[in-house]
Design a protein around this ligand. Structure first.
Ligand code: ASP
Ligand code: MG
Length: 404
């Protein structure tokens, strides 16, 4: 008998019909001879609404009360799901994060899981019950309710699968799995059968969000393989697991795109130790999140520094960079929005050469100008004009044989 953890996100439990659907699937899994733990999110839109309600009564609610409030979203879903299963003649019990034994740090609204003692889950499973666990929440040692940060139900599912040493962890969502590129942009994009943790993490940090990154990091750390699949059909999804030799045969696993980026260039920055730090310390103090940074080598005692960020961050900048630039005696500051990032990702890059050449060649042939380049061991990213991003994605998808 296998132990299976199934997680259903907000859209998968978004209506009573969909909750009935979840109940049916959990029952079916149990009838196939498995022990089943179901982790659910709040019904779609509920968490956002709770945040709006809080803002309507208080400009700055305490984070303690925020967590008490937000945890009600998932608590609604666990009760409804358990009721649905019981109404179908099955046996199910709902468990809050605390009842499921999820112990967290005390940092409200973004608590970290510190320990899991799933004693109640084990006992109910022994009784033949399906356990319905509230995602996204836990409690501190002192018994305060906490939440794990947006998208935190993924983390609950992975952590419970790890603690119970589950045989299988399935993340049910509204897409069929992880794709080689966004199918709305590249119609030939295909579902990926198997992807390594690191590849999914790189794709997520480059704009392809199917799962909360923290939960993928957790799965990697505790080696919990999982499957991302759709709750609306029975298709196989994408298996996410640790690397094995065969995975390196594919050079590029997927391509992700991130729109709505902005670029700042500071020209003629004096080439002296400590100058770059002046700019980036100021940015950090203003809580501006930076992505790609490029500094050229200096030929004539000064250099250009460029960096990118989400275009929404541009507002936070105000005159900050201009002030530092004039302080350190740099030249002009050029701010430009309307750019985007394209990343090609694959662990096969470690052992194959020519990936950069193929990417730059296909973009060049299509007349797409590259403004910045950044690389990691398993990723090459280019910054280009946003209006070219879809064309670039299709060119790269084709060039790396992902359309075949
Ligand atoms: N309900 C929470 C959120 O919307 C947690 C989750 O859905 O994973 O962020
Ligand atoms: Mg979610």
């Amino acid at each position: 008998m296998a132990l299976i953890v199934q997680k259903f996100g907000g859209t998968s439990v978004g209506t009573p019909e969909r909750i009935l659907n979840v109940a049916r699937r959990a029952l079916e899994t149990q009838r196939e001879g498995n022990s089943v733990v179901v982790v659910v999110s709040a019904m779609s839109g509920v968490t956002d609404n709770l945040i709006k309600l809080a803002k309507a009564v208080s400009p700055a609610p305490t984070e303690r009360e925020m967590d008490v409030l937000l945890a009600t979203g998932e608590q609604t879903t666990i009760a409804l799901t358990a009721m649905a299963i019981n109404a179908m003649g099955g046996k199910a019990v709902s468990l809050t994060g605390a009842q499921a034994g999820i112990l967290t740090s005390g940092v409200h609204t973004k608590a970290k899981i510190e320990n899991i003692a799933p004693r109640q889950i084990r006992n109910h499973l022994k009784d033949g019950q399906i356990c319905i666990v509230a995602g996204f929440q836990g409690q501190t040692l002192e018994g305060r309710i906490t939440t794990l940060g947006r998208g935190g139900s993924d983390l609950t599912a992975i952590a419970i699968a790890a603690a119970l040493k589950a045989d299988l962890c399935q993340i049910y969502t509204d897409v069929d799995g992880v794709y080689t590129c966004d199918p709305r942009v590249v119609p030939e994009a295909k579902k990926i059968d198997i992807i390594a943790y690191d590849e999914l993490l790189e794709m997520a940090s480059s704009g392809s969000k199917v799962m909360q990154s923290r939960s993928v990091e957790f799965a990697k750390k505790f080696n919990v393989p999982f499957e991302v699949r759709s709750s609306f059909n029975n298709n196989r999804g994408t298996i996410v697991k640790e690397e094995f030799i065969g995975l390196e045969n594919v050079v590029v696993r997927g391509i992700s795109i991130e729109r709505n980026q902005a670029k700042v260039t500071i020209t003629n920055v004096p080439d002296r130790p400590g100058t770059a730090s002046r700019f980036f310390t100021a940015l950090a103090e203003a809580n501006v999140v930076i992505d790609v940074i490029v500094q050229n080598i200096s030929v004539s005692g000064s250099t250009d520094i460029s960096f990118t960020m989400n275009a929404d961050e541009l507002e936070k900048l105000g005159g900050l960079i201009d002030r530092v630039a004039s302080d350190v005696g740099a030249g002009e500051v050029i701010k430009k929005s309307g750019i985007a990032k394209l990343s090609v990702v694959g662990i096969g890059m470690r052992s194959h050469s020519g990936v950069a050449a193929t990417l730059f060649e296909c973009l060049g042939a299509g007349g797409v100008n590259i403004q910045m380049i950044s690389t990691s061991e398993i990723k090459i990213a280019v910054i280009i004009d946003e209006e070219r991003i879809e064309q670039a994605a299709r060119l790269a998808h084709e060039a790396f044989g992902l359309s075949a």
